[in-house]
Design a protein around this ligand. Sequence first.
Ligand SMILES: [Zn+2]
Length: 307
Amino acid sequence: MFFQSTIQQSVKLGGTGLHSGTETTVTLLPAPVDTGIVFIPDMCDMNSGVTAHFDNLRDTRNAITIGSNGYDIKTIEHFMATFYAYGITNLYVVVKGYEMPILDGSSLQIVEAIEGARIQEQNAFYDTFYLPYPVWVEENGSYLIALPSTAFKITYTIDFTSKSSAIGTQTAHFVVNRDTYKNSIAPARTFGFYEDLDALRANSLALGGTIDNALLYTKEGLVNNDLRFDNECVRHKILDLIGDLSLTGQSIAAHFIAYKSGHSMDMKLVKKLDMVIKRNRSTRKLPRKILSRRKVQFERFKRKMNI
Ligand SMILES: [Zn+2]
């Protein structure tokens, strides 16, 4: 259990969408308790937005798109991963455009924006969901498993040996918190393959992709000059998974073990997690002792804050 959080002041980011190649401006604004993360096309109408939640999922091909009321917003995962890892639960994300900017392909600039705007704890609790039993998805030799745990952990393995020997097999493991996210996960950039470019562009995808916002691999090598980590690709897959898990709308204590997963598989797990969360929420009644302890804590907090 922790406090709900937003940011103290608004902050702006802008840039090109990876798939659409169009320019987008994003303004992050503080939001009241119990708002959630809401993407809004127009600052004038706060009710026209779409809440970042699995219920509003529209598409998982190549990026995550959510939508409702005729408004869709694409490629939200790097922003969502950052909000989730930083414990930001309430935020208005005003977007001029229909795809979030890819920036440098990582979440570094989003981290800087959030830290610059400073995080504000709010006057309400936010529960962590402790996964009660294992949940998993397995498909064609890929799998994604969630095991009960006391912390949010990810162990991820990728195998791109057949696509590029320069990536090959990579594994990484992190207990996810603000520090590990900022230093070890957020700087990892998205990646793609030279041989896929024509097919992607024929489908109006990766139109904004350049080596300034993605790692580009050939069969044998890397087109870019540098890597930020030896295993940057698997770290980026972890970043994507964090963003995808955020659509549960819930902080989850679980150990996620992934082997060759991706957005579509991540979302199949999120669907299962969403069912477990809803089932447990509707049947679970907290013991009276905990409820009264919470009430006392909350009253004490209000007195301390002079509310
Ligand atoms: Zn990504």
